[in-house]
Design a protein around this ligand. Structure first.
Ligand code: MN
Length: 257
């Protein structure tokens, strides 16, 4: 039987990146989409416990892919699919294709990647896919093709429990890509600023704003370097965030005394 692939995202079920991904993956297996009914970008790993959730059948632009629009977060979509919304068990979870990169420390903010964290917690192999472009007219076709190729390989090779792959695709046509690099996370430099104002009732408000983040494009081997230099970046990520280098150092602090 063909593998069963869950496709979700954080940009919402009407996003062309999701549609391109679902279509490309339908060549790899049986695709079911469970995606949020609105945009959850930069929502991190949120789980909804205090409110009920809906998951209504949804008509995608192309036939042959069953879809549900859910009222929860990307992680909620994965959790619902894993815990009984779908009668068939999952072989792989793929999240994206996100409009905009998820590089370096972005993955701690990303709803796209949070969906794959949730999948990894449930023990499914998972792949997050993002396009390094904020252009609303950007094409997702080439990114969808490379995502499908990597997904096919993950289904063969498997991934260790609690690990996932984070893919970022440069905003160039595939013919201009330099190749593919397996990378580690790089360092993001955020340019956020705090805007202040006063609302009509005289109460102050604050707004976190600023330019899109930069990053360390000098250090090779990182995701930020790879995408900046025109490579597709594939970063293996694991949920175990223990700082193994720091264990002995903190033990030497003798915190018990
Ligand atoms: Mn997004």
């Amino acid at each position: 039987m063909a593998p069963h692939i869950l496709v979700t995202n954080d940009d919402g079920i009407d996003s062309p990146g999701l549609h391109a991904l679902a279509l490309a993956l339908s060549e790899v297996g049986d695709v079911t989409v469970v995606a949020p009914d609105r945009n959850w970008s930069i929502s991190g790993h949120q789980k909804t416990l205090a409110r009920f959730l809906r998951a209504d059948p949804y008509e995608l632009p192309h036939a042959g892919v069953r879809a549900f629009a859910a009222s929860g977060s990307p992680a909620d979509c994965v959790a619902m699919a894993a815990m009984g919304l779908l009668e068939r068990s999952l072989d792989l979870v793929v999240s994206g294709i996100n409009k905009g990169p998820n590089l370096g420390q972005d993955i701690t903010y990303s709803g796209t990647v949070a969906a794959t964290f949730e999948a990894a917690i449930f023990g499914y192999p998972a792949v997050a896919v993002s396009l390094d472009s904020r252009d609303p007219t950007a094409s997702f076709q080439d990114a969808a093709q490379v995502a499908a190729r990597i997904a096919r390989r993950v289904l063969v090779e498997g991934l260790p429990r609690h690990s996932l792959l984070n893919i970022n695709v440069p905003s160039l046509p595939a013919t201009d890509w330099k190749g593919l690099q397996v990378t580690r996370l790089g360092r993001r430099d955020y340019l956020d600023t705090l805007a202040r104002g006063v609302d009509p009732s005289g109460r102050p408000y604050y707004w976190i704003t600023g330019e899109a983040p930069l990053g360390d494009i000098e250090t090779s081997g990182t995701d930020i370097w790879a995408v900046h230099h025109g490579y597709v970046s594939v970063t293996p990520i694991r949920l175990d965030m223990t700082d193994h280098h720091l264990l002995d150092q903190v033990r030497a602090w003798n915190l018990e005394s």
